[in-house]
Design a protein around this ligand. Structure first.
Ligand code: DX5
Ligand code: ZN
Length: 220
């Protein structure tokens, strides 16, 4: 178990986009710490979602932080648009950027938090020389591209290794994304997670508050 602040981020991908304004308002008062925005380009991942204009709309209705998870190739090209749209944090994929150190500096120069995500097949050692600059490491616990997939137990070892590797940094969030519910989160917490991203578990229910509490209880 970790002594870091425990956080829940609600992945808006699982919300009902026909009533997006209402969904954003409801999740903002659910006790969730932030809204997680899945940006997909149909290239890095086999699915498309939404762009910066929708992020701007979500920002207008949200009273909690927006964390933008860029599952796109060439994130350098689009980063400014997502920052200007109101992202409080940008999480990009290690697999999509060559000059990672420089890119982190750029994000931070805009006063935005910087995080890196890695897909299930990426080894944690790729973060060794840059993790001390990061606000967050996001471990994908499914293959990115879709909500509602089954949690990959193979990633538990990776969570543990990353927790150990980063134990000298007090305020780095160790997040998990994909297939998160109380059962899977409990296993992640045992291995050092302090940040849970959940889509279907929260939004496919009638009581978001209750679902957020159930997830928060996994940290106890
Ligand atoms: C997957 C996305 C996740 C997804 C999580 O590519 O990055 O954030 O929305 O959704 P659930 O919790 O439903 O697996
Ligand atoms: Zn995500």
């Amino acid at each position: 178990m970790t002594t870091k602040k425990h956080k829940i981020s609600a992945s808006i991908l699982a919300a009902d986009f026909s009533i997006l304004k209402e969904e954003v308002k409801n999740i903002s008062t659910s006790g969730a710490d932030s809204i997680h925005l899945d940006i997909m380009d149909g290239h890095f991942v086999p699915n498309l979602t939404f762009g910066p204009d929708i992020v701007k709309c979500i920002k207008k209705e949200s009273s909690i932080q927006l964390k933008t998870h860029l599952m796109i190739k060439n994130p350098e090209k689009y980063i400014d648009a997502y920052i200007e749209a109101g992202s409080d944090a940008i999480i990009f994929h290690q697999e999509t950027v060559t000059h990672i150190d420089r890119f982190i500096d750029y994000i931070k120069s805009k006063n935005v938090k910087a995080g890196i995500s890695i897909v299930p097949s990426t080894h944690e050692s790729t973060l060794k020389y840059i993790y001390d600059k990061l606000d967050e490491i996001l471990i994908m616990t499914v293959n990115p591209g879709f909500g509602g997939q089954k949690f990959l137990n193979s990633q538990l070892e990776k969570i543990k290794n990353i927790s150990i590797m980063t134990s000298n940094i007090a305020n780095i969030d160790i997040g998990v994304d994909g297939g998160i519910n109380p059962t899977t989160l409990t296993e992640c917490v045992k291995n050092g997670t302090n940040l849970a991203i959940a889509g279907n578990y929260i939004f496919k229910s009638t009581n978001y508050k209750e679902r957020v509490i159930k997830l928060k209880n996994c940290f106890n």
